[in-house]
Design a protein around this ligand. Structure first.
Ligand code: CU
Ligand code: CU
Length: 335
């Protein structure tokens, strides 16, 4: 064994021994009485089983760039049962029957001509963070069976949140009423594979209805900031179960929007360093060569990254209680 190899072996042994020593009961899986001596997964950050999907994940691909000048957007509010984890359904309040609602894309200068139809049995509303507009004129309650129409010009590029603004807002967001609206700059960003990841939380209790196994919102858990599930695109660990396949070294662009309603996302891709991060998507607020960047609740960021070689690269919020609760996915880089 050469000196270099010997040194490497010693360092690796030390790292492994160090990791074992650092394990504490607090780091053990929920319910474990003593720390496990065997790792839960053979991949770093393996907070969820990889490749175990029995249902198709929510498509994470960003909608294509458009420059329509006039973008008509029509969204229907419906209360619907959605899947928030494998085998777990939830009585959600939705935009278009899905959580998150549909990703919307426009270009700076486009007029968004928006119609909201309320097919739910209670008032709801719509707040676009991409708009500059008087909330008391248009972010108003739409009664059951009624609709609302308004227009705004998308003046600022970025990755924005939209959500129901009906009080209590935390309840409407926690029940599923949010999505992403992407506004592209006039000069297109460089070509890349583009994905939208909306992070959010679910606070659950048994719904109580005899005819339903679906869970419903636990308001006290919400006020206590104690979610049961933290998800990307509304379903716990779905992109670990069904990894997102990309190619090594190809440019990736991730539009990460954090709906919350409570938890900051410390967004990180394991095994990669971001080439560029644009806070909220702003060209004036860019970082390069960074490892983890916070996406605040009610905010977004655009992450540009390339994966160096073939392999599985988890993406997480590095606030690891939340990754353990499902805010984990995997990019699988394959030639
Ligand atoms: Cu609502
Ligand atoms: Cu808001």
């Amino acid at each position: 064994m050469s000196r270099a190899h010997l040194l490497t072996a010693l360092v690796l042994t030390g790292v492994v021994a160090g990791c074992r020593e650092r394990r504490s009961p607090a780091a053990a899986p929920q319910g474990a009485q003593t720390p496990s001596t065997t790792p839960a997964a053979d991949v770093s950050h393996g907070e969820a089983a990889i490749g175990s999907a029995d249902t198709a994940p929510v498509d994470p691909q960003a909608p294509p760039r458009t420059a329509a000048r006039l973008r008509r957007v029509r969204i229907e509010i419906r209360h619907a049962t959605v899947t928030i984890a494998a085998g777990v359904s939830y009585d959600a309040w939705t935009f278009d029957g899905r959580v998150p609602g549909p990703a919307i894309r426009a270009t700076v200068g486009d007029t968004i001509d928006f119609t909201l139809v309320n097919r739910a049995p209670m008032p709801h509303s719509m707040d676009f963070h991409a708009a500059e507009i008087a909330p008391d004129r248009v972010y108003v309650n739409v009664m059951p069976g009624d609709s609302l129409h308004y227009r705004f010009v998308a003046r600022v590029a970025g990755a924005f949140l939209y959500h129901c603004g009906t009080a209590p807002v935390a309840m409407h967001i926690a029940n599923g009423m949010y999505g992403a609206i992407l506004v592209d700059p006039l000069r297109p960003r460089p070509p890349a594979r583009e994905f939208v990841l909306v992070q959010s939380e679910f606070y659950t209790r048994k719904a109580g209805g005899a005819d339903s196994n679906a869970l419903a919102l636990d308001w006290q858990k919400l006020l206590g900031l104690a979610p049961d599930y933290v998800t990307f695109n509304g379903r716990s660990a779905q992109y670990a179960a069904a990894p997102i396949v990309v190619r090594p070294r190809e440019p990736l662009r991730l539009y990460v929007v954090n709906a919350g309603p409570n938890r900051i996302s410390a967004f990180h891709v394991v095994g990669a360093i971001f080439d560029h991060v644009f806070l909220d998507g702003s060209a004036a607020a860019s970082l390069s060569g960074v490892q983890t960047v916070d996406v605040p609740v009610g905010g977004g960021a655009i992450f540009e990254v390339r994966l160096a070689e073939p392999g599985s690269y988890p993406f997480v919020t590095h606030a690891f209680a939340d990754a353990t609760k499902g805010a984990v996915g995997v990019f699988r880089a394959k030639e």
